[in-house]
Ligand binder design. Structure first.
Ligand SMILES: CC(C)(COP(=O)(O)OP(=O)(O)OC[C@H]1O[C@@H](n2cnc3c(N)ncnc32)[C@H](O)[C@@H]1OP(=O)(O)O)[C@@H](O)C(=O)NCCC(=O)NCCS
Length: 426
Protein backbone atom coordinates (compact mmCIF):
# COMPACT_ATOMS: atom_id res chain seq x y z
CA UNK A 1 0.00 0.00 0.00
CA UNK A 2 1.31 3.46 -0.92
CA UNK A 3 0.53 6.33 1.41
CA UNK A 4 0.84 10.03 0.65
CA UNK A 5 4.20 10.71 2.37
CA UNK A 6 4.21 12.37 5.81
CA UNK A 7 7.83 12.07 6.88
CA UNK A 8 9.09 13.18 10.26
CA UNK A 9 11.58 16.08 10.33
CA UNK A 10 15.24 14.88 10.24
CA UNK A 11 15.68 15.42 13.98
CA UNK A 12 12.90 12.94 14.85
CA UNK A 13 12.61 9.18 14.37
CA UNK A 14 10.08 6.42 14.84
CA UNK A 15 11.05 3.55 17.17
CA UNK A 16 9.49 0.36 18.52
CA UNK A 17 8.80 0.75 22.23
CA UNK A 18 9.41 -2.34 24.37
CA UNK A 19 7.74 -2.96 27.73
CA UNK A 20 10.82 -1.86 29.69
CA UNK A 21 10.13 1.69 28.46
CA UNK A 22 6.77 1.78 30.26
CA UNK A 23 7.88 4.83 32.28
CA UNK A 24 8.60 6.78 29.07
CA UNK A 25 5.12 5.92 27.83
CA UNK A 26 3.48 6.94 31.10
CA UNK A 27 5.49 10.16 31.32
CA UNK A 28 4.40 11.19 27.83
CA UNK A 29 0.86 10.08 28.61
CA UNK A 30 0.76 12.52 31.53
CA UNK A 31 2.13 15.34 29.34
CA UNK A 32 -0.52 14.65 26.69
CA UNK A 33 -3.41 13.91 29.11
CA UNK A 34 -2.84 15.95 32.29
CA UNK A 35 -3.94 14.20 35.49
CA UNK A 36 -3.40 14.51 39.23
CA UNK A 37 -1.44 11.27 39.54
CA UNK A 38 2.25 10.50 39.00
CA UNK A 39 4.10 8.05 36.77
CA UNK A 40 4.76 5.96 39.90
CA UNK A 41 1.05 5.70 40.65
CA UNK A 42 0.18 4.94 37.03
CA UNK A 43 2.79 2.18 37.01
CA UNK A 44 0.75 0.33 39.64
CA UNK A 45 -2.06 -0.07 37.12
CA UNK A 46 -2.05 -3.01 34.69
CA UNK A 47 -1.10 -1.85 31.21
CA UNK A 48 -3.68 -2.69 28.53
CA UNK A 49 -1.10 -2.37 25.74
CA UNK A 50 0.01 -5.07 23.32
CA UNK A 51 3.74 -4.33 23.41
CA UNK A 52 4.54 -5.59 19.93
CA UNK A 53 2.27 -2.79 18.61
CA UNK A 54 3.60 0.19 20.58
CA UNK A 55 5.50 2.86 18.64
CA UNK A 56 7.23 5.99 19.79
CA UNK A 57 8.86 9.08 18.34
CA UNK A 58 12.23 10.20 19.68
CA UNK A 59 13.82 13.62 19.16
CA UNK A 60 17.55 14.30 18.90
CA UNK A 61 18.93 15.48 22.24
CA UNK A 62 15.67 14.77 24.13
CA UNK A 63 15.30 12.02 26.74
CA UNK A 64 12.21 9.87 26.58
CA UNK A 65 9.55 10.10 23.89
CA UNK A 66 7.96 13.10 22.17
CA UNK A 67 5.25 11.07 20.44
CA UNK A 68 3.57 7.68 20.79
CA UNK A 69 0.83 5.53 19.36
CA UNK A 70 -0.23 1.94 19.73
CA UNK A 71 -2.94 -0.34 18.47
CA UNK A 72 -5.08 -3.11 19.86
CA UNK A 73 -5.34 -6.29 17.81
CA UNK A 74 -9.09 -6.61 17.41
CA UNK A 75 -9.17 -9.92 15.55
CA UNK A 76 -12.97 -10.20 15.78
CA UNK A 77 -14.20 -6.61 15.47
CA UNK A 78 -17.96 -6.74 14.72
CA UNK A 79 -19.01 -5.15 11.43
CA UNK A 80 -22.49 -5.60 9.94
CA UNK A 81 -23.18 -9.34 9.82
CA UNK A 82 -19.54 -10.42 10.28
CA UNK A 83 -16.31 -9.84 12.15
CA UNK A 84 -13.04 -8.49 10.75
CA UNK A 85 -9.43 -8.03 11.82
CA UNK A 86 -9.26 -4.37 12.80
CA UNK A 87 -6.41 -2.24 14.18
CA UNK A 88 -7.66 -0.24 17.18
CA UNK A 89 -5.54 2.94 17.18
CA UNK A 90 -4.93 4.05 20.75
CA UNK A 91 -2.59 5.84 23.18
CA UNK A 92 -1.97 8.64 20.68
CA UNK A 93 -0.05 11.50 22.22
CA UNK A 94 2.46 14.19 21.30
CA UNK A 95 4.43 16.15 23.88
CA UNK A 96 3.07 19.73 24.10
CA UNK A 97 6.58 21.03 23.40
CA UNK A 98 6.61 19.23 20.03
CA UNK A 99 3.04 19.60 18.81
CA UNK A 100 2.00 20.91 15.40
CA UNK A 101 5.17 19.80 13.64
CA UNK A 102 3.48 16.96 11.80
CA UNK A 103 4.24 14.19 14.33
CA UNK A 104 0.65 12.96 14.48
CA UNK A 105 0.42 12.96 10.68
CA UNK A 106 3.57 10.81 10.49
CA UNK A 107 2.30 8.53 13.28
CA UNK A 108 -1.02 7.94 11.49
CA UNK A 109 0.89 6.94 8.35
CA UNK A 110 3.05 4.60 10.42
CA UNK A 111 -0.05 3.07 11.99
CA UNK A 112 -1.89 2.60 8.70
CA UNK A 113 1.15 1.07 6.98
CA UNK A 114 1.67 -1.39 9.85
CA UNK A 115 -2.03 -2.30 9.92
CA UNK A 116 -2.05 -2.89 6.14
CA UNK A 117 1.06 -5.06 6.52
CA UNK A 118 -0.78 -7.22 9.05
CA UNK A 119 -3.81 -7.57 6.76
CA UNK A 120 -6.07 -5.38 8.89
CA UNK A 121 -8.50 -3.83 6.42
CA UNK A 122 -9.89 -1.19 8.77
CA UNK A 123 -8.59 1.04 11.56
CA UNK A 124 -10.91 2.06 14.39
CA UNK A 125 -10.51 4.52 17.26
CA UNK A 126 -12.34 6.51 19.90
CA UNK A 127 -11.18 10.14 19.81
CA UNK A 128 -10.21 12.55 22.55
CA UNK A 129 -11.38 15.41 20.33
CA UNK A 130 -13.67 14.95 17.33
CA UNK A 131 -11.85 17.54 15.18
CA UNK A 132 -8.62 15.55 14.92
CA UNK A 133 -9.10 12.49 12.74
CA UNK A 134 -11.37 13.42 9.81
CA UNK A 135 -8.36 14.82 7.94
CA UNK A 136 -6.80 11.35 7.97
CA UNK A 137 -9.89 9.71 6.44
CA UNK A 138 -11.61 8.57 9.65
CA UNK A 139 -15.39 8.98 9.74
CA UNK A 140 -17.61 9.05 12.82
CA UNK A 141 -19.25 5.63 12.49
CA UNK A 142 -21.27 5.41 15.70
CA UNK A 143 -22.74 7.62 18.35
CA UNK A 144 -23.47 7.18 22.03
CA UNK A 145 -25.80 8.89 24.47
CA UNK A 146 -24.95 10.04 27.99
CA UNK A 147 -27.76 10.49 30.49
CA UNK A 148 -28.23 12.19 33.86
CA UNK A 149 -31.21 10.39 35.30
CA UNK A 150 -33.20 11.54 38.29
CA UNK A 151 -33.58 8.94 41.03
CA UNK A 152 -36.84 7.08 40.56
CA UNK A 153 -37.08 7.74 36.80
CA UNK A 154 -40.03 5.71 35.54
CA UNK A 155 -39.50 2.67 33.35
CA UNK A 156 -42.05 0.95 31.14
CA UNK A 157 -43.01 -2.29 32.88
CA UNK A 158 -41.56 -5.59 31.59
CA UNK A 159 -43.35 -8.84 32.49
CA UNK A 160 -41.05 -11.26 34.29
CA UNK A 161 -38.75 -8.57 35.69
CA UNK A 162 -39.64 -9.63 39.25
CA UNK A 163 -38.37 -13.16 38.55
CA UNK A 164 -34.83 -11.87 37.83
CA UNK A 165 -32.62 -12.24 40.91
CA UNK A 166 -30.22 -9.33 41.37
CA UNK A 167 -27.08 -9.89 43.41
CA UNK A 168 -25.31 -6.86 44.93
CA UNK A 169 -21.62 -7.82 44.84
CA UNK A 170 -18.37 -6.05 45.65
CA UNK A 171 -16.26 -6.16 42.49
CA UNK A 172 -13.70 -8.95 42.55
CA UNK A 173 -11.44 -9.48 39.57
CA UNK A 174 -11.25 -13.27 39.85
CA UNK A 175 -14.96 -13.63 40.46
CA UNK A 176 -16.20 -11.24 37.78
CA UNK A 177 -13.64 -11.29 34.95
CA UNK A 178 -15.09 -14.24 33.01
CA UNK A 179 -18.68 -13.34 33.78
CA UNK A 180 -18.19 -9.84 32.35
CA UNK A 181 -16.30 -11.13 29.29
CA UNK A 182 -18.89 -13.80 28.50
CA UNK A 183 -21.98 -11.64 28.95
CA UNK A 184 -20.44 -8.72 27.07
CA UNK A 185 -19.54 -10.97 24.13
CA UNK A 186 -22.97 -12.63 24.19
CA UNK A 187 -24.69 -9.23 24.01
CA UNK A 188 -22.89 -8.46 20.74
CA UNK A 189 -23.13 -11.86 19.16
CA UNK A 190 -26.87 -12.25 18.56
CA UNK A 191 -28.11 -12.03 14.96
CA UNK A 192 -28.31 -9.47 13.50
CA UNK A 193 -25.11 -8.60 15.33
CA UNK A 194 -24.12 -5.32 16.96
CA UNK A 195 -21.50 -3.61 14.76
CA UNK A 196 -18.83 -1.77 16.72
CA UNK A 197 -19.57 -3.74 19.91
CA UNK A 198 -15.90 -4.50 20.29
CA UNK A 199 -14.85 -6.90 23.02
CA UNK A 200 -11.77 -6.65 25.23
CA UNK A 201 -10.07 -9.36 23.20
CA UNK A 202 -6.60 -9.51 24.72
CA UNK A 203 -5.99 -10.50 28.37
CA UNK A 204 -4.16 -7.18 28.88
CA UNK A 205 -7.13 -5.20 27.63
CA UNK A 206 -9.62 -7.21 29.68
CA UNK A 207 -7.50 -6.72 32.79
CA UNK A 208 -6.90 -3.01 32.11
CA UNK A 209 -10.61 -2.35 31.58
CA UNK A 210 -11.51 -3.95 34.89
CA UNK A 211 -8.79 -2.19 36.86
CA UNK A 212 -10.18 -0.62 40.04
CA UNK A 213 -7.11 1.22 41.29
CA UNK A 214 -8.01 4.13 43.63
CA UNK A 215 -6.81 6.66 41.04
CA UNK A 216 -9.56 5.63 38.63
CA UNK A 217 -12.32 6.00 41.21
CA UNK A 218 -12.54 9.79 41.05
CA UNK A 219 -13.48 10.07 44.72
CA UNK A 220 -16.22 7.44 44.44
CA UNK A 221 -16.39 4.08 46.21
CA UNK A 222 -14.64 0.96 44.90
CA UNK A 223 -16.49 -0.69 42.02
CA UNK A 224 -19.76 -2.46 42.75
CA UNK A 225 -21.53 -5.03 40.62
CA UNK A 226 -25.14 -5.95 40.11
CA UNK A 227 -25.34 -9.46 38.70
CA UNK A 228 -28.65 -10.62 37.25
CA UNK A 229 -29.55 -14.31 37.28
CA UNK A 230 -32.55 -16.20 35.97
CA UNK A 231 -32.89 -19.74 37.31
CA UNK A 232 -29.29 -19.49 38.52
CA UNK A 233 -27.92 -18.53 35.07
CA UNK A 234 -26.27 -15.07 34.70
CA UNK A 235 -28.21 -12.89 32.26
CA UNK A 236 -26.66 -9.47 32.81
CA UNK A 237 -24.61 -7.14 34.95
CA UNK A 238 -24.15 -3.49 35.84
CA UNK A 239 -20.82 -1.97 36.94
CA UNK A 240 -21.22 1.11 39.06
CA UNK A 241 -19.86 3.29 41.86
CA UNK A 242 -21.64 5.62 44.24
CA UNK A 243 -20.37 8.91 45.54
CA UNK A 244 -22.08 10.34 48.57
CA UNK A 245 -22.41 14.13 49.02
CA UNK A 246 -24.23 16.08 51.72
CA UNK A 247 -24.82 19.58 50.35
CA UNK A 248 -26.73 21.57 53.01
CA UNK A 249 -26.73 18.44 55.17
CA UNK A 250 -29.02 16.56 52.77
CA UNK A 251 -27.91 13.34 51.12
CA UNK A 252 -27.43 13.87 47.38
CA UNK A 253 -25.29 10.97 46.20
CA UNK A 254 -24.54 10.12 42.59
CA UNK A 255 -24.44 6.69 40.96
CA UNK A 256 -21.89 6.41 38.14
CA UNK A 257 -22.77 3.53 35.85
CA UNK A 258 -19.81 2.28 33.80
CA UNK A 259 -21.35 -0.52 31.74
CA UNK A 260 -24.55 -2.53 31.71
CA UNK A 261 -25.29 -5.66 29.76
CA UNK A 262 -28.66 -7.40 29.70
CA UNK A 263 -29.38 -10.42 27.56
CA UNK A 264 -33.17 -10.09 27.80
CA UNK A 265 -35.80 -7.40 28.56
CA UNK A 266 -36.69 -8.58 32.11
CA UNK A 267 -32.99 -8.43 33.03
CA UNK A 268 -32.62 -4.90 31.63
CA UNK A 269 -35.66 -3.77 33.61
CA UNK A 270 -34.52 -5.45 36.81
CA UNK A 271 -30.99 -3.99 36.64
CA UNK A 272 -32.13 -0.45 35.91
CA UNK A 273 -34.86 -0.61 38.56
CA UNK A 274 -32.15 -1.21 41.18
CA UNK A 275 -29.74 1.42 39.81
CA UNK A 276 -32.50 4.01 39.78
CA UNK A 277 -33.44 3.45 43.41
CA UNK A 278 -30.35 3.37 45.60
CA UNK A 279 -30.64 5.00 49.01
CA UNK A 280 -28.93 8.37 49.64
CA UNK A 281 -28.62 9.04 45.91
CA UNK A 282 -30.43 11.61 43.78
CA UNK A 283 -28.91 11.21 40.33
CA UNK A 284 -27.62 8.45 38.09
CA UNK A 285 -24.91 9.30 35.54
CA UNK A 286 -24.68 7.00 32.54
CA UNK A 287 -22.15 7.43 29.75
CA UNK A 288 -21.49 5.47 26.56
CA UNK A 289 -24.96 4.08 25.89
CA UNK A 290 -25.15 2.83 22.33
CA UNK A 291 -28.31 3.72 20.44
CA UNK A 292 -29.29 0.03 20.67
CA UNK A 293 -29.28 0.10 24.47
CA UNK A 294 -32.51 -1.18 26.08
CA UNK A 295 -32.57 1.70 28.57
CA UNK A 296 -33.53 4.08 25.75
CA UNK A 297 -36.61 1.95 25.15
CA UNK A 298 -37.38 1.49 28.84
CA UNK A 299 -37.42 5.15 29.88
CA UNK A 300 -40.82 6.82 29.96
CA UNK A 301 -39.34 10.33 30.00
CA UNK A 302 -36.14 10.54 27.97
CA UNK A 303 -36.17 14.34 28.14
CA UNK A 304 -35.84 14.29 31.94
CA UNK A 305 -32.66 12.24 31.52
CA UNK A 306 -30.96 15.16 29.70
CA UNK A 307 -29.62 13.13 26.77
CA UNK A 308 -26.31 14.24 25.24
CA UNK A 309 -25.28 12.74 21.90
CA UNK A 310 -21.59 12.21 21.21
CA UNK A 311 -19.24 10.55 18.76
CA UNK A 312 -18.10 7.02 19.58
CA UNK A 313 -16.22 4.75 17.14
CA UNK A 314 -14.36 6.31 14.19
CA UNK A 315 -13.58 4.15 11.17
CA UNK A 316 -10.78 4.50 8.60
CA UNK A 317 -11.02 2.14 5.66
CA UNK A 318 -7.51 0.95 4.78
CA UNK A 319 -8.23 -1.64 2.10
CA UNK A 320 -11.47 -0.62 0.42
CA UNK A 321 -12.34 -3.81 -1.48
CA UNK A 322 -11.41 -5.94 1.55
CA UNK A 323 -13.45 -3.80 3.92
CA UNK A 324 -16.55 -3.56 1.72
CA UNK A 325 -16.47 -7.29 0.97
CA UNK A 326 -15.97 -8.02 4.68
CA UNK A 327 -19.37 -6.73 5.83
CA UNK A 328 -22.95 -7.67 4.96
CA UNK A 329 -25.67 -5.41 3.56
CA UNK A 330 -29.26 -4.96 4.67
CA UNK A 331 -30.75 -5.18 1.17
CA UNK A 332 -29.72 -6.31 -2.31
CA UNK A 333 -27.08 -3.96 -3.63
CA UNK A 334 -25.68 -3.16 -7.08
CA UNK A 335 -24.25 0.35 -7.13
CA UNK A 336 -21.15 2.18 -8.34
CA UNK A 337 -19.40 4.20 -5.65
CA UNK A 338 -16.87 6.86 -6.61
CA UNK A 339 -14.57 7.27 -3.64
CA UNK A 340 -12.01 10.00 -2.95
CA UNK A 341 -8.99 9.19 -0.77
CA UNK A 342 -6.11 11.69 -0.50
CA UNK A 343 -4.01 9.41 1.70
CA UNK A 344 -4.37 5.90 0.24
CA UNK A 345 -4.47 6.20 -3.55
CA UNK A 346 -5.43 2.51 -4.05
CA UNK A 347 -8.82 3.21 -2.49
CA UNK A 348 -9.68 6.07 -4.83
CA UNK A 349 -11.80 5.62 -7.94
CA UNK A 350 -14.99 3.87 -8.96
CA UNK A 351 -16.03 0.60 -7.41
CA UNK A 352 -19.02 -1.57 -8.27
CA UNK A 353 -20.37 -3.19 -5.11
CA UNK A 354 -22.73 -6.14 -5.55
CA UNK A 355 -24.31 -8.07 -2.71
CA UNK A 356 -27.47 -9.97 -1.84
CA UNK A 357 -29.30 -8.93 1.32
CA UNK A 358 -27.62 -10.30 4.47
CA UNK A 359 -25.52 -12.72 2.38
CA UNK A 360 -21.79 -13.24 2.38
CA UNK A 361 -20.93 -13.33 -1.31
CA UNK A 362 -20.08 -9.63 -1.80
CA UNK A 363 -18.22 -8.52 -4.93
CA UNK A 364 -16.24 -5.28 -5.08
CA UNK A 365 -14.61 -4.56 -8.44
CA UNK A 366 -13.12 -1.55 -10.19
CA UNK A 367 -15.29 -0.10 -12.94
CA UNK A 368 -15.46 2.73 -15.46
CA UNK A 369 -19.27 2.81 -15.26
CA UNK A 370 -20.97 6.03 -14.20
CA UNK A 371 -21.08 6.60 -10.44
CA UNK A 372 -24.33 6.25 -8.51
CA UNK A 373 -22.82 7.66 -5.29
CA UNK A 374 -19.83 9.99 -4.86
CA UNK A 375 -18.22 10.34 -1.44
CA UNK A 376 -14.84 10.45 0.23
CA UNK A 377 -13.33 7.66 2.28
CA UNK A 378 -14.16 9.34 5.62
CA UNK A 379 -17.86 9.49 4.69
CA UNK A 380 -17.73 5.84 3.64
CA UNK A 381 -16.12 5.11 7.04
CA UNK A 382 -18.95 6.99 8.75
CA UNK A 383 -21.46 4.65 7.09
CA UNK A 384 -19.39 1.49 7.30
CA UNK A 385 -20.81 0.12 10.56
CA UNK A 386 -24.40 0.58 9.39
CA UNK A 387 -25.08 3.68 11.50
CA UNK A 388 -24.75 7.25 10.36
CA UNK A 389 -27.37 8.81 8.18
CA UNK A 390 -26.75 8.84 4.44
CA UNK A 391 -29.59 11.39 4.18
CA UNK A 392 -27.92 13.70 6.66
CA UNK A 393 -24.51 13.31 5.02
CA UNK A 394 -26.11 13.96 1.60
CA UNK A 395 -27.84 17.02 3.06
CA UNK A 396 -24.46 18.24 4.30
CA UNK A 397 -22.91 17.75 0.84
CA UNK A 398 -20.60 14.95 2.05
CA UNK A 399 -22.05 12.56 -0.51
CA UNK A 400 -23.92 13.05 -3.77
CA UNK A 401 -26.18 10.59 -5.52
CA UNK A 402 -27.08 10.30 -9.21
CA UNK A 403 -30.78 10.17 -8.24
CA UNK A 404 -32.99 10.03 -5.14
CA UNK A 405 -33.61 6.35 -5.92
CA UNK A 406 -29.87 5.61 -5.91
CA UNK A 407 -29.51 7.39 -2.56
CA UNK A 408 -32.40 5.37 -1.13
CA UNK A 409 -30.90 2.06 -2.33
CA UNK A 410 -27.49 3.03 -0.95
CA UNK A 411 -28.86 4.19 2.43
CA UNK A 412 -30.95 1.03 2.87
CA UNK A 413 -28.19 -1.40 1.91
CA UNK A 414 -25.48 0.28 3.98
CA UNK A 415 -27.76 0.57 7.04
CA UNK A 416 -28.16 -2.20 9.62
CA UNK A 417 -31.04 -3.28 11.90
CA UNK A 418 -28.95 -2.76 15.06
CA UNK A 419 -27.36 0.68 15.58
CA UNK A 420 -23.58 0.36 15.98
CA UNK A 421 -21.50 1.37 18.96
CA UNK A 422 -18.96 0.40 21.59
CA UNK A 423 -19.85 0.37 25.29
CA UNK A 424 -16.32 1.40 26.27
CA UNK A 425 -13.63 3.84 25.17
CA UNK A 426 -10.46 2.36 23.74
C1 LIG B 1 -3.76 15.62 19.12
C2 LIG B 1 -2.24 15.54 19.00
C3 LIG B 1 -1.85 14.06 18.99
C4 LIG B 1 -1.83 16.19 17.68
O1 LIG B 1 -0.46 15.97 17.47
P1 LIG B 1 0.42 16.98 16.54
O2 LIG B 1 1.73 16.30 16.32
O3 LIG B 1 0.40 18.33 17.11
O4 LIG B 1 -0.40 16.97 15.18
P2 LIG B 1 0.16 17.32 13.74
O5 LIG B 1 1.17 18.43 13.86
O6 LIG B 1 0.62 16.10 13.03
O7 LIG B 1 -1.15 17.86 13.08
C5 LIG B 1 -1.72 17.30 11.92
C6 LIG B 1 -2.94 18.13 11.60
O8 LIG B 1 -3.95 17.90 12.60
C7 LIG B 1 -4.37 19.14 13.17
N1 LIG B 1 -4.63 18.91 14.59
C8 LIG B 1 -3.79 18.35 15.46
N2 LIG B 1 -4.39 18.28 16.66
C9 LIG B 1 -5.61 18.81 16.54
C10 LIG B 1 -6.68 19.04 17.44
N3 LIG B 1 -6.59 18.67 18.74
N4 LIG B 1 -7.81 19.60 16.98
C11 LIG B 1 -7.89 19.97 15.66
N5 LIG B 1 -6.90 19.77 14.76
C12 LIG B 1 -5.78 19.21 15.20
C13 LIG B 1 -3.19 20.07 12.93
O9 LIG B 1 -3.59 21.42 12.95
C14 LIG B 1 -2.72 19.64 11.58
O10 LIG B 1 -3.58 20.16 10.58
P3 LIG B 1 -3.07 20.50 9.10
O11 LIG B 1 -2.43 19.26 8.58
O12 LIG B 1 -4.31 20.90 8.42
O13 LIG B 1 -2.08 21.58 9.30
C15 LIG B 1 -1.54 16.27 20.18
O14 LIG B 1 -1.90 17.64 20.15
C16 LIG B 1 -1.85 15.69 21.54
O15 LIG B 1 -1.16 14.80 22.00
N6 LIG B 1 -2.94 16.17 22.20
C17 LIG B 1 -3.29 15.73 23.55
C18 LIG B 1 -3.65 14.24 23.62
C19 LIG B 1 -4.69 13.84 22.60
O16 LIG B 1 -5.72 14.47 22.46
N7 LIG B 1 -4.40 12.73 21.89
C20 LIG B 1 -5.29 12.18 20.90
C21 LIG B 1 -5.92 10.97 21.51
S1 LIG B 1 -7.23 10.29 20.51
Amino acid sequence: MKLTPAALPDTLRHVDVPEDRLDDILDLDLWAFPASHTVGELRERPSPLSWDRVRGVEAEGVDGLVGMHASYPFARFPVPGATLAVAGLTWVGVHPGHRRQGILRAMVNDHLAAAAGRGETVSALTASEPAIYGRFGYGMASQVVSLSLPRGATLHPVPGSDRVKIGFEAFDLERHRDLVAELHAAAGGSQPNRPGWVTRETPELARGFLDDHPIVRGGSEPRRMLVARVAGRPTGYAMFRRRLDWPDGTAAGTVHVRETVALDPPTAHALWSRLLDLDLTTSIEVGQLTLADPLLGLLVDLRAAKPRLSDNVWIRIIDLPGALAGRRYASDLDLVLEVGDDLIAENAGRWRVRAAAFAGDVSVTRTDDAADIRLDVATLGALYLGGGSAASLAGAGALTASSPAALARFATAFGWPVPPGSSWVF
